[in-house]
Design a protein around this ligand. Structure first.
Ligand SMILES: Cc1ncc(COP(=O)(O)O)c(C=O)c1O
Length: 409
């Protein structure tokens, strides 16, 4: 996606000139002070890979270790830990997913949840022989579907690389589709799919749809119930600030909760503590869980979910759009030789901006050494991941101007 733009000489550019008024006018700027900061990081632009920790989470984890784990020991399981995956799931559903209680649960990784839900969906559509995914989807989504196709003797139908628009999909969705898997926001380009329109399209074809919400949850207003979404999964370590490897979430609409998922563990069974013979799934969303929930890993995300609830997801989205608009403007002005790989229309863009340039890989070590931290995705893309509650406009300006300086654009 190339565009006309005029280059401004970098010598005349003070990154803070255009950023300061934006930060001053930002109605949610003060929340940035709630996050742990390190003085060596001058521009953190990777919130779409790993969010910063909230200071409240430091206190929460510390007091959990000393008081709940240290004090209650094994008794803690009966005093709320076992219910935590569903309690946090309900909070997340209410605050960020548009999901009524009883349909969202925390646990496993996104990869494992994808496997469980796609397998369940395939078995819920007997006689349908195809599963469908786009070539641009995240590797784990593609690999999991390849595995399921091989395991169940299904045809894996690929949608060609490019933006998964309703028009593009209408032409290629086979009538034998059991399940279609798409990402709400593309991990690479940041393209924001039309989730309600594509969900309706899948249903017209008699298929189920699973949405990967890793790059949209916490930054894009979402109404899973209203849009009739069947299934969804997503990470919690990006814009939900759950910490490295924090467990993922699964959403299973009420009407689909009779589906059977394949990892039949004791804690997903109807009567786990009977220790009986033969697996019978628990009713409801708990039937989609399997083993012991990773309690420590799901503590920090509670603080971010609470903060998003306080601020409101629409205000978060408004800041996200303002940040990505500013990043695009700076790229236009300062990086004339880079190619904007993200949509220019903010309505079709998530919270990261991807720019391509063959010189990017070489400058990454120096950027990181300077405390400017975007990420790099092969073959030649830098992603600027802008987490609205913790990122300032000044950080965006510092980051883009450092890239421009090192590229000598
Ligand atoms: C879009 C998308 N899907 C799936 C995953 C995989 O998640 P996990 O490694 O937690 O299984 C990621 C990880 O970054 C992702 O960005």
């Amino acid at each position: 996606m190339t565009t006309d733009r005029a280059a401004a000489p970098l010598d005349d550019f003070d990154p803070l000139d255009s950023a300061a008024p934006r930060d001053d006018a930002d109605p949610i700027a003060h929340h940035r002070d709630l996050f742990v900061r390190d003085a060596s990081v001058t521009a953190y632009l990777d919130g779409n890979s790993l969010g910063r920790p909230l200071m409240a989470s430091v206190d929460r984890v510390t007091s959990f270790l000393t008081e709940e784990w240290g004090g209650r020991l094994i008794r803690g399981w009966g005093e709320g830990w076992l219910e935590l995956p569903q309690r946090i799931g309900d909070d997340l559903g209410r605050v960020a997913l548009g999901a009524a209680a009883g349909q969202t649960v925390i646990g496993d990784s996104t990869t494992v949840l994808l496997y469980k839900l796609v397998r369940a969906a395939v078995d819920a559509r007997p006689g349908r022989t195809e599963i469908v995914i786009d070539r641009d989807n995240f590797p784990t989504d593609r690999y999991v579907l390849e595995g399921i196709a091989a395991e169940r003797g299904l045809t894996l139908r690929w949608i060609a690389a490019g933006e998964p628009t309703p028009e593009a999909l209408a032409a290629v969705l086979p009538p034998a589709t059991a399940v279609l898997v798409l990402s709400a926001v593309s991990y690479r380009s940041g393209f924001l799919a039309d989730v309600p329109a594509l969900t309706a399209l899948a249903h017209e074809a008699g298929a189920l749809i699973l949405w990967d919400l890793c790059h949209s949850v916490g930054v894009v207003s979402t109404e899973l119930d209203e849009w009739g979404v069947d299934l969804a999964v997503g990470c919690t370590y990006k814009y939900l600030n759950g910490g490295p490897g924090s467990p993922a979430f699964a959403y299973v609409a009420d009407r689909n909760q009779r589906m059977r998922q394949p990892i039949q563990g004791w804690l997903g069974s109807a009567t786990p503590f009977e220790m009986g013979q033969g697996y019978e799934p628990a009713e409801g969303i708990r039937g989609f869980t399997s083993g012991t929930p990773p309690i420590v890993g799901m503590l920090a995300m509670r603080d971010m979910i609470a903060l998003i609830e306080e601020v409101g997801i629409d205000a978060v989205r408004a800041k996200s759009v303002a940040l990505t608009e500013y990043a695009v403007q700076l790229v236009d002005e300062l990086l004339p030789s880079a190619v904007l790989a993200s949509p220019r229309d903010p309505r079709r863009r998530g919270s990261h901006v991807t720019i391509d340039h063959d010189g990017f890989e070489a400058i990454m070590p120096e950027l990181w050494r300077r405390g400017v931290i975007p990420d790099f995705r092969r073959p030649n893309g830098i992603r600027l991941g802008l987490s609205p509650l913790s990122t300032s406009f000044a950080e965006v300006a510092t980051g883009v101007s450092a890239i421009a300086e090192l590229l000598d654009d």
